[in-house]
Design a protein around this ligand. Structure first.
Ligand code: NI
Length: 249
């Protein structure tokens, strides 16, 4: 159930049953010639909603802007600095903590968020540990689950796209967004069909190395039908990961 479609009384009642919550986190950044700017936020959001239904879990509002400084060479991309994103995550967790939530399952759609989200968890734990005269808060636990790292997601992307999955603007993630928003499906010429691979530093470096925005991928292979297959395969795995996380002592 989505938190923003609940009343406060419903949230209070749910807290009697479970102290867990899913927080979708994505990014708003270019995804090549046919991928939507919101790809990472959309994927995190639709997976979180489906997992919330499958596991009867509460789902917080999506953190739709992430750490994406390297994409700013392309129109429409937005970023939070790592320090800003850490502050956003910390304040969201602490707000929910006030009400009694203790297990925070971050469902992530963007590789560029991983280091910052992990650092935010360290900040949150440090804040609990550093309170003078107070015991640590043993119930508080945060975890990060990238949907694309689920075993079923890896297996299906290998099967459907092989090496053409690449690492940015992948056919898997583009397929999921085409399934979620068929009205926004784009057609574009991809030249070359498989984008170059490599590393990058800042936004100018990224644009120079990857002129159309993709890294190593061929999102021309994406389809709404594949997106449905990926969701159907991955949601049960993420739901059981969530259940195990909340149930762990
Ligand atoms: Ni992405």
């Amino acid at each position: 159930m989505l938190l923003h479609l609940c009343t406060w009384a419903e949230v209070e009642a749910r807290l009697e049953k479970s102290r867990g919550i899913i927080i979708p986190i994505g990014s708003t950044e270019q995804h090549g010639p046919n991928g939507l700017i919101g790809t990472d936020a959309i994927c995190a959001e639709v997976f979180a909603k489906a997992v919330g239904e499958a596991a009867d879990a509460l789902v917080a509002p999506t953190i739709a802007v992430g750490m994406a400084q390297h994409h700013l060479g392309f129109s429409g991309s937005m970023t939070l600095r790592p320090s800003t994103l850490i502050a956003v995550i910390r304040d969201m967790v602490q707000s929910l903590r006030v009400h009694g939530f203790e297990r925070f399952f971050f469902l992530n759609g963007h590789g560029g968020n991983v280091a910052t989200v992990t650092a935010a968890f360290s900040e949150i734990y440090a804040e609990a540990s550093l309170q003078p005269g107070l015991p640590n808060t043993p119930g508080l636990r945060c975890t990060l689950q990238n949907w694309y790292d689920a075993g079923a997601a890896r297996q299906l992307s290998r099967e459907l796209y092989g090496a053409q999955e690449g690492s940015h603007a992948t056919p898997s993630e583009v397929s999921v967004t085409f399934h979620a928003y068929p009205e926004a499906i784009k057609q574009a010429v991809l030249d070359p069909p498989v984008a170059p691979s490599g590393r990058f530093t800042d936004a100018a470096d990224y644009r120079r190395r990857f002129p159309d925005g993709r890294i190593g991928s061929n999102p021309g292979l994406a389809s709404a039908a594949d997106g449905k297959r990926i969701m159907d395969a991955v949601v049960p795995e993420l739901a059981s990961a969530y259940r195990a996380f909340v149930a762990a002592p």
